[in-house]
Design a protein around this ligand. Structure first.
Ligand code: AMP
Length: 279
């Protein structure tokens, strides 16, 4: 496995792989790799000849009061896991090379970014779309894998690829969960054992909301009120949103239909967790 820091070196390697007729698959991450990341990597392994994983905690997608500084970092552990997964290249650029002095070009996916997390995390998706486009231009993948846990992110990347005519296949990968249902996330490491138990209520609430829909409840308000009650009963009071939304536009719905997404963002002891389920 090669570990590459330099952008030019990564681009040269990608160019050579392409010349040799290799298909490049790509899994972008912010590191602190967990079971969810590893399943994406395993999917990437199946879909390409040269598998590249990037590890970059991207400062431009964090707000000034967010957790950029304390975001979990474990490069040695990550490299070990990547090696075991059969990754060919780990790309870990520096902030200085990704955002040199004078950097001023950003990508905005203007409508999709104005829903759900976009309302609570100003500038977050502009940072995400920008870094992903940069990574695409450096790694030059044929296919890239993104998790459905970050559903809005996946939709934004798909839209960007379509709107900007990038020749990259975007694959959405189902949410990977702990045994108790909690969606795997690097941020789970901020939580104590008890907090994690409490956090698993988020998935239970999503399941209960889906059951409510299956029983014939179509009112998004009734469905989400049920979810809120479940979260509150478990002591989860800080709910950024619970919404039934259109799976493509992410617009909030009043009447639920099959295929809609129920999305939740809630804070447990200040740790912001997101999850979703398809109706
Ligand atoms: P991150 O390191 O959090 O930026 O995530 C890197 C990629 O892994 C993104 O495409 C995420 O959507 C995906 N991912 C993170 N957690 C999960 C999960 N529990 N299940 C599936 N994909 C995930």
């Amino acid at each position: 496995m090669r570990v590459i820091k330099s952008i030019k070196e990564m681009q040269n390697l990608a160019n050579e792989a392409k010349k040799a007729g290799k298909r490049i698959s790509f899994v972008p991450t912010m590191g602190a790799l967990h079971k969810g990341h590893l399943e994406l990597i395993s999917e990437g392994r199946k879909r390409g000849d040269l598998l590249v994983v990037s590890i970059f905690v991207n400062p431009t997608q964090f707000g000034p009061n967010e957790d950029f500084n304390r975001y979990p970092r474990d490069i040695e552990g990550d490299l070990k896991k990547a090696r075991e997964m059969g990754v060919d290249v780990v790309f870990t650029p520096t902030i200085e090379e990704m955002y040199p002095e004078g950097f001023q070009t950003y990508v905005e996916v203007s409508k999709l970014q104005n829903h759900l997390c976009g309302i609570f995390r100003h500038g977050h998706f502009r940072g995400v779309a920008t870094v992903v486009l940069k990574l695409f231009n450096i790694v030059k993948p044929d296919v890239a894998i993104f998790g459905e846990k970050d559903y809005q992110q996946l939709k934004i990347i798909q839209r960007m690829v379509k709107d900007l005519n990038l020749e990259i296949e975007i694959v959405g990968f189902p949410i990977v969960r702990e045994e108790d249902g909690l969606a795997c996330s690097s941020r789970n490491s901020y939580l104590s054992h008890e907090d994690k138990e409490c956090a698993s209520t988020i998935y239970r609430a999503l399941q209960e909301m889906k059951i409510e829909f299956e029983r014939g409840q179509l009112s998004a308000r009734e469905i989400t009120e049920k979810g809120k009650r479940i979260l509150k009963r478990a002591g989860i009071e800080e709910i950024d949103y619970i919404e039934v939304c259109d799976p493509e536009t992410l617009e909030s719905k009043q009447k639920a239909t099959r295929g809609d997404i129920v999305a939740v963002a809630a804070r447990i002891k200040g740790v912001r967790l997101i999850d979703n389920i398809k109706l």
